[in-house]
Design a protein around this ligand. Structure first.
Ligand SMILES: [Zn+2]
Length: 334
C-alpha cells in the first residue's frame, strides 16, 4: 500500500505511528470475547506493507515466539520505510487449547478464504482474508512441524511466483524449497489477492526451539533489509566450502519425500534433521517391544534430512524422515 492511509477494522493508523488493533473474532462458550491482536508499525516514509504472522496453527509456538520477539526487541520500531503488520497468533482458539486446529477440529489453513457465517475456522480465515490481506503487499507466515515432527529451519515458497522466489532468496534460511499452493491455505488466498506469502518452518509444535526462532528472526531481518525497511542486515548465510552470501550457501531442495515406517513398534533415529545422507544408509530402527523383530530404516536416496519424527511409538506407514535432494533454484534471475 503506497497510499498514506492504513485502515484495519475501521481503525486508522497514520504514517509514523504504531498501534495495536484488537480484531474481534468470536466468543468462547463462556461468552468471553476472542480477539486477534494486530500490531501495526508505520514509518513516516512510504514503502511496502509486510505481514508477519504466527500461530495460524495454534500449537506452533516457535512462530508465535518469532513474531512476539520481533515486537519485543523493538526491531519493528526501527523500520525506515513502509509498514509492518505483525500478528503473533492468528488462531487464538488453537493457542488456548494447545491445538493446531480450532475447537471444531477444522484447520484454519485449509479454510481460506472463509466466510463470516461459516465454521469457526472459516470465520478466522475470513477475518484474515478481508481485514488483513487487502492492506498488505507481501507476507511471511511462521510455522513448525506438526504431530511430534520437527522441521529443520526452512523456507517454503511458490516456485511459480517470481516474487516469492526473490523473497526466499533474500531470507536465506538454511534450506529453501519450492512447494505448490494448497487449496484453502493462507498462501493460496494471498496469491489470489496478489500478495506473495512465504512460509517459514522451524522446529516442532508445542516445543520452543531457540535455533529455529533465531534463524527466523535473522532471515526476516535480511528480507526487510532487502526491501529497504531495515538499515542493518544480519551476516549473509555461509555454508562450508561455499561462498558467503552466494545463493549456493542456501541448500535449495526439491524431490522431497517422506520415509515411512515399514513396521509398527519402537522407533529410534540414527540420524537427524540437518544431516546429509547417502542412498541405502542406515538412518533408523524399529523394534518390536518384545524383541520378536527388528527392522532397519534406510535412506532411499542421496539427500539431506529436512524433517524427522521425534515420537518413538510408530505404526506402519507413519512418517519418519523427510528427505530432499539438493537442486538448483527455478529460473528467475533478477
Ligand atoms: Zn503450521
Amino acid at each position: 500500500m503506497l497510499s498514506d492511509a492504513l485502515v484495519i477494522d475501521d481503525v486508522v493508523i497514520p504514517a509514523g505511528t504504531s498501534k495495536t488493533v484488537d480484531i474481534q473474532v468470536a466468543r468462547l462458550l463462556s461468552g468471553t470475547l476472542i480477539h486477534m491482536p494486530v500490531h501495526v508499525f508505520r514509518s513516516e516514509k512510504p514503502g511496502p506493507t509486510l505481514l508477519l504472522s504466527g500461530g495460524l496453527h495454534g500449537d506452533e509456538v516457535n512462530g508465535i515466539e518469532v513474531v512476539r520477539r520481533m515486537i519485543s526487541l523493538g526491531i519493528l520500531n526501527q523500520i525506515t520505510c513502509g509498514s509492518v503488520v505483525a500478528i503473533p497468533i492468528i488462531n487464538v482458539y488453537g493457542f488456548l487449547f494447545f491445538s493446531r486446529e480450532v475447537p471444531d477440529g477444522k484447520d484454519v489453513n485449509r479454510s481460506f478464504p472463509g466466510s463470516p457465517n461459516g465454521s469457526l475456522a472459516a470465520q478466522v480465515a475470513h477475518t484474515m482474508a478481508t481485514k488483513i490481506l487487502p492492506v498488505v503487499d507481501m507476507g511471511i507466515d511462521f510455522h513448525t512441524g506438526g504431530a511430534s515432527r520437527t522441521n529443520y529451519p526452512q523456507i517454503r515458497y511458490d516456485d511459480q511466483d517470481p516474487k516469492a522466489i526473490e523473497m526466499a532468496k533474500a531470507f536465506q534460511a538454511p534450506i529453501a524449497m519450492g512447494s505448490s499452493l494448497i487449496s484453502g491455505s493462507l498462501r493460496a488466498c494471498g496469491q489470489s489477492q496478489g500478495v506473495p506469502i512465504i512460509v517459514y518452518e522451524g522446529g516442532e509444535s508445542l516445543r520452543l526451539e531457540e535455533k529455529a526462532v533465531k534463524e527466523a528472526i535473522r532471515g526476516t531481518k535480511r528480507f526487510m533489509h532487502s526491501i529497504g525497511m531495515l538499515e542493518q542486515s544480519p551476516k549473509p548465510r555461509g555454508l562450508k566450502g561455499r561462498q558467503k552470501g552466494d545463493q549456493k550457501a542456501i541448500r535449495h531442495i526439491s524431490g522431497n519425500t517422506w520415509v515411512r515406517a515399514e513396521a509398527s513398534g519402537l522407533f529410534s533415529s540414527e540420524r537427524e534433521s540437518g544431516q546429509a545422507v547417502r542412498e541405502g544408509e542406515l538412518i533408523g530402527r524399529i523394534r518390536n517391544p518384545y524383541d520378536s523383530y527388528s527392522v532397519k530404516v534406510h535412506s532411499p536416496m542421496d539427500g539431506f534430512i529436512i524433517g524427522h519424527n521425534n515420537i518413538p511409538l510408530v505404526h506402519r506407514g507413519d512418517a519418519l524422515f523427510h528427505i530432499g535432494k539438493e537442486s538448483p533454484w527455478p529460473e528467475s534471475e533478477s
